[in-house]
Design a protein around this ligand. Structure first.
Ligand SMILES: Cc1cc2nc3c(=O)[nH]c(=O)nc-3n(C[C@H](O)[C@H](O)[C@H](O)COP(=O)(O)OP(=O)(O)OC[C@H]3O[C@@H](n4cnc5c(N)ncnc54)[C@H](O)[C@@H]3O)c2cc1C
Length: 445
């Protein structure tokens, strides 16, 4: 079996690779190449730039922005020439204004590669274009770490509005059978991803029940609204300290009788967590004992909070909840892929990755089990997975692109996570950009 999967994997991986657009808009080229090359090489500079990007939305003026930039860069011992020039500019007010404007424009430019619009209505053109190109989407309303209850209410109201907007965008579009059904039945066109930490300020590891209780009415209202519209609601997964509460919340709400017949809904499993195999078994057991009209959609990811989890664990002197060797996350991802695929049709499976090996493995494993390609969904992130998305659509596979919507302020935390991830030397996209051969990229972890 292993041998069969491995040879099929090589075939699928090469076929997808051959369908990549020739004039490739490589995702790392979308980031400012020079800045990213330097950031990847120099840890101090990397940290300074990330802190700077983080603070940008809070700056009140260009002058203010430039002051922050020079303060952060001051901490870097060996400055590459462009940064030394920037430091000289920051010594006068006029220089600071010019520097601030350039930095703000740079950050905005970068953000627009990843964030499709301020509202789903603004993003209409992008969403329609993707659908016409054979690509489904999940719209993510940016907004994290709500501090007050009023903020949670506001985020919930934006989610309701987004569901209505999405119905307005998607209803008139032409049929795309590949994107609208698998062997379990219909798949909604409208798909919204939400974060529980944006719906409640009370999501705290020391009192998970309070966070759950506070978020439950808001999530329940969103589930009802999604069911009325025939939309899919997906609950994203965040850092480890909220994992239990978020998982319990989703499974408890979806166990309620009123949600048996819908809406389509799902959660996320993070393969970088050492205990994810146990959680995977729990989710599968839940799905098998809780029949629903729409099977639970499990989005398998590696996990976006790796740096955060490592720092958090070190600070407390705990063993980190995440694997510390990249290949361990990759191997676990493949193991979980197999488990989830075997559990169909009790669950639907979405493989969310830009790693060609991880994706080819899922398709090959599914085929080896006698599965239909329609029963595996591949998901990518807007701005990072653009070429991959095009190749997958060209090969007749169902691909869904996660499209963040919102303003730059709310987008910063998202952007910083994408930057951190992709300037890490171990990231697949980084290796691909560095010119690794296809054999190496498809090799077993
Ligand atoms: C559509 C979509 C939705 C997503 N939703 C979520 C979500 O809800 N929650 C969430 O947490 N993430 C989410 N992610 C992000 C995802 O978790 C990954 O961070 C991202 O996709 C990179 O993984 P990869 O397989 O594409 O790339 P790869 O380069 O193959 O893997 C990179 C990942 O490996 C892991 N890693 C890196 N270094 C090490 C190391 N030294 N030891 C162990 N592991 C390491 C990290 O998880 C890192 O992100 C989503 C991704 C997509 C595409």
């Amino acid at each position: 079996m292993v041998h069969v999967v491995e040879s099929e994997l090589q075939r699928v991986g090469r076929s997808i690779h051959a369908a990549f657009p020739t004039r490739s808009r490589h995702p790392l080229r979308a980031l400012d190449v020079k800045a990213m090359e330097m950031a990847a090489q120099d840890q101090e500079l990397r940290a300074a730039l990330f802190r700077f990007v983080d603070v940008t939305p809070a700056c009140t003026s260009l002058d203010d922005l430039a002051r922050h930039l020079s303060a952060y860069l001051d901490e870097v011992d060996e400055r590459p020439p462009p940064l030394a020039a920037a430091m000289r500019m920051s010594q006068s007010k006029a220089g600071r204004t010019a520097l601030g404007a350039a930095a703000a424009a740079g950050v905005r430019h970068m953000a627009h590669r990843f964030i499709v619009g301020e509202t789903p209505r603004d993003a209409r053109g992008v969403l329609e274009g993707l659908w016409r190109d054979g690509v489904a989407t999940s719209v993510d309303l940016l907004g994290e770490a709500t501090v007050t209850s009023a903020e949670g209410e506001r985020y919930a109201a934006r989610c309701h509005e987004a569901l209505d907007d999405l119905a307005g965008v998607y209803r008139p579009l032409p049929a795309r059978p590949l994107l609208e059904a698998d062997r379990s039945g219909p798949i909604p066109r409208e798909n919204l991803s939400v974060k529980v930490s944006a719906l409640t300020p009370l999501l705290r590891p020391e009192a998970p029940e309070r966070g759950k209780a506070d978020a439950a009415p808001r999530v329940r209202a969103l589930l009802r609204h999604a069911r009325e519209l025939g939309a899919h609601l997906h609950i994203d997964m965040e850092s480890f300290d909220s994992r239990e509460a978020v998982t319990d919340l989703v499974l408890e709400l979806l166990s309620e009788d009123e949600f048996r017949d819908g809406p389509s809904a799902g959660l996320v499993l993070q393969a970088y967590l050492r205990d994810s195999p146990q959680l995977c078994e729990r989710v599968i057991a839940w799905a098998q004992s809780t029949p629903r009209d729409y099977p639970l959609l499990v989005r398998l990811v590696k996990g976006a909070y790796w740096d955060h989890e490592i720092v958090e664990a070190r600070q407390h002197g705990w063993e980190s909840p995440v694997f510390e060797v990249k290949a361990d996350s990759d191997r676990n991802f493949e193991e979980l892929t197999r488990r989830l695929l075997e559990a169909r049709p009790a669950v639907r499976v979405a493989i969310a990755s830009h790693n060609l090996r991880s994706i080819a493995h899922a398709l090959a494993a599914s085929r080896a089990m006698g599965g239909d390609d329609r029963d595996v969904e591949i998901q990518v992130l807007r701005g990072l997975g653009d070429d991959l998305q095009e190749a997958l659509a060209k090969r007749g596979l169902r691909v869904r692109t996660y499209c963040p919507v919102g303003d730059l302020v709310a987008g910063m935390a998202y952007l910083v996570r994408r930057l951190l991830e992709n300037t890490s030397n171990e990231s697949f996209l980084h290796e691909q950009a560095a010119g690794r051969s296809l054999d190496e990229l498809l090799a077993a972890p």
